[in-house]
Design a protein around this ligand. Structure first.
Ligand code: NAP
Length: 527
């Protein structure tokens, strides 16, 4: 379904803004079409039936202009959540065993092709809804398609995870099969509203589980796109359900339902740990969590400082630092600190700030009022603990006053500051000077988080030590396109260590799909 031209217009997180005229033209056309659909009222979908209720709607507002209502989404009731789970439970056998793994993989490949066909529209919706710049939004849509394909491939390469085993006697035949758990609740955050939701749900589905999906309340429209993609691809009605609602109201009801067999969740440590502690009651159930991060970049005195400044710039200010993989702290060698900081500030000053749906705008607003207040508190802490080198002010010139524009803020702070250990998930970047790689590694490893980290060094020995000693699931050395960000399916498995995740095998990686299945040994004896 995706054309050769669409393939040529592929945008990943490593794509730079050069030679992309055709991409921009397609995005502009999609944005105009999407803008003509603003303000509609949307149902939830249970068994492909549109359902509404009398509850107050979730009002989906644009973070660039909070007076702009993108859509109104149904707040599912507890009864409706139960109805979705019961339907998903009823379809376990149909999807998990009567549908072959080859059929499921083929449906996922079709879904990937539909995402590629709709990628400009999906990216335009996402850009309006999440405040993500257009190239990153396109990257998110492309990643979604690649994830679906990659997870289908995992089933194919492993022959459906059916394996012939050894036999103890000649008349015994042994087979090992990985089989789905049943019903998965899939809950996603706002920041990668398509890719994370697609990755988690497609892995669950291709493995043979049925899914009840709830997107973040800030990004329900992108979530709806995913539902439409699966419906068009041929996922049967009772197999995938689309529920919108506030996590604080409907979340617990969803995952605490006794017919739920597994949770797949990406979001904050607070919500993830709440589920982990509360989910397994009668027996232990799978709870696959990808959680927060506090990504350090280490810049050594041997580093190429232009490269380091660019890599840090990209990972610190991409999506306004609202990525689990964002660069949210820097340890720079004392000898090069002044030069590195000057280069980083120069890049930050030159960055185009504005409406991220516009061409060449790199930096947009934070997601909502609550994130804006978090940023204000972080800036207050920065003023108390250290010295602000750049930013610290709300951006409210002209049209920016309509949205949640928190200025990118660079602060020099002592290593003891909470700025180096707490995840704020807003655009603030603390920098400290260090004297050695030993010290930088010790500081990097101090936090509870262990998702991504980056090193800039001209010495191979430094890179080897960094890979050996940094307690993070995703490590990058000398990466211009992102010091700590930009993982891609099949290229960089995205595994959170320590407080950043559970399971030890991440999305984008070769072991992901198998986690959605449990093993069954089958022995047949012929006399
Ligand atoms: P969040 O507040 O934990 O929300 C994530 C999702 O959980 C949303 O859909 C939310 O719904 C829902 N939720 C809230 N309370 C719930 C409950 N009691 N039961 C069930 N669901 C509930 O996180 P966020 O602010 O959206 O996302 C930012 C966090 O995600 C950061 O910590 C970031 O590092 C992490 N993250 C991690 C990864 C990774 O791969 N490791 C990737 C991206 C983001 P509502 O939106 O309706 O509240």
């Amino acid at each position: 379904m995706s054309t050769l031209r669409d393939q040529e217009l592929k945008v990943t997180y490593s794509t730079t803004a050069a030679d992309l005229d055709a991409v921009h033209a397609r995005f502009d056309a999609a944005l105009a079409e999407v803008r003509s659909r603003l303000g509609r009222d949307y149902p939830i979908y249970i068994s492909q039936k549109p359902l509404r209720n009398d509850q107050p709607r979730i009002v989906d507002r644009c973070p660039m202009d909070t007076s702009l209502v993108l859509g109104r989404f149904t707040s599912a009731t507890a009864e409706q959540a139960g109805q979705a789970i019961a339907a998903a439970a009823g379809a376990k056998r149909l999807w998990g065993s009567r549908t072959t793994w080859q059929e499921r993989a083929a449906i996922m490949r079709k879904a990937a092709a539909i995402v590629r066909r709709r990628k400009f529209e999906i990216a335009a919706i996402m850009s309006l809804e999440a405040g993500k710049n257009r190239l990153e939004a396109l990257g998110d849509a492309e990643e979604s398609a690649d994830l679906m394909d990659y997870y289908a491939r995992q089933m194919e390469e492993n022959h459906g995870f059916v394996r012939r085993m050894n036999a103890l006697t000649p008349n015994e035949s042994n087979t090992d099969v990985l089989r789905p758990f049943g019903v998965f609740v899939c809950i996603s955050p706002f920041n990668f509203p398509m890719a994370l939701a697609s990755g988690m749900s497609s892995a669950a589905l291709v493995a043979g589980n049925t899914v009840v999906f709830k997107p973040a309340q800030d990004t329900p429209w992108t979530g709806l796109c995913l539902y439409e993609v699966y419906r068009e691809a041929g996922v049967p009605p009772d197999v995938f359900h689309f529920i919108t609602g506030k996590g604080s109201e409907i979340g617990d009801t969803l995952w605490q339902h006794p017919q739920v067999d597994g949770i797949v969740f990406t979001g904050s440590v607070e919500t993830g740990m709440r589920m982990f502690r509360g989910f397994s009651r009668k027996w232990v159930k799978p709870c696959l969590l990808e959680l927060g991060g506090k990504g350090p970049a280490i810049v050594m005195d041997s580093a190429d400082l232009d490269l380091a400044a660019e890599g840090v710039f990209k990972s610190a200010w991409g999506l306004q630092n609202q990525k689990c993989s964002a660069c949210s702290r820097v340890y720079v060698h004392r000898e090069v600190a002044t030069t590195f900081i000057a280069k980083l500030i120069a890049l930050t000053k030159a960055m185009k700030v504005g409406d991220p749906t516009e061409r060449d705008v790199f930096y947009g607003p934070v997601i909502n009022e609550s994130a804006f207040h978090t940023w204000q508190k972080a800036v207050a802490l920065a003023r108390e603990d250290g010295a602000i080198l750049y930013g610290g002010d709300r951006l409210d010139d002209g049209a920016l006053a309509k949205g949640w524009y928190a200025g990118p803020t660079i602060v020099k702070a002592p290593l003891s500051s909470r700025l180096f250990t707490d995840e704020f998930f807003v655009p603030i970047l603390p920098i400290a000077e260090i004297d050695s790689l030993d010290q930088a590694l010790a500081e990097s490893n101090k936090t509870d988080y262990g998702l991504t980290a980056g090193l800039f060094s001209g010495k191979e020995a430094d890179i080897a030590r960094f890979f050996d000693e940094a307690e993070f699931g995703v490590l990058y050395a000398n990466r211009r396109t992102g010091a700590t960000t930009g993982a891609w399916p099949g290229c960089q498995p995205f595994t959170g260590w320590k407080g950043s995740g559970a399971g030890g095998k991440g999305g984008c990686g070769p072991h992901y799909v198998a986690q959605f299945m449990r093993e069954q040994s089958r022995t047949v004896v012929t006399e």
